[in-house]
Write a protein of this length. Sequence first.
Length: 204
Amino acid sequence: MSDTPKFEVIDRRRMKAEEEQETRTAPAAEPEAAETGGGPRLVVTEPRHAPEPEQQEVPEAVAAEGEPGMPPAPTAKESREQKAAYDASAQRLEDLVRAQNPAVGPQPKVAFENLVQQFYVSAMIQMGAGAQEGQRPRVDILGARTTIDLLGVLAEKTRGNLTEAEDNILQSVLFEVRMAFLELTSMISLQGMQPPQPPPPGKR
């Protein structure tokens, strides 16, 4: 059984529109309530019936493909507005941090090598690297395999679209984590699935 968590993409724009529709169609409070005395009153709530199958709204993606699909992509205008809002929020956060710590300079721009480095660190930690001296390393070999496979997907999808330096970094990291994985799985096989000492992380 796979431990990979399942997730569902929710179109927040559709949810917001439905909430506004419910607010507009919600029945007003009955006037009798204000005229009735303060004594107890029996309130009967009719159960809400699910809409008939023919009345249910079918998302466009489901109707087109016959199976649950992704919500429609945001428009170019929505993407531009969200990007501008994100940049402004990130800048406010950086200004706040620098106000609290004047010695801290501006944060360096995130580059492709930072993404590759993040995958590398995650894979090595999942294979037990970074454990404190004297502590037994925690090995998540299946998680490490997933992270390494993600690096492989990244290499496949960016082929021909990287600079020579970026491609060298990606291929070197991918080679290193795959080699560490091979060594670790060989040690696990020899020790009967007992978590072994992790291979030393490469110098990076």
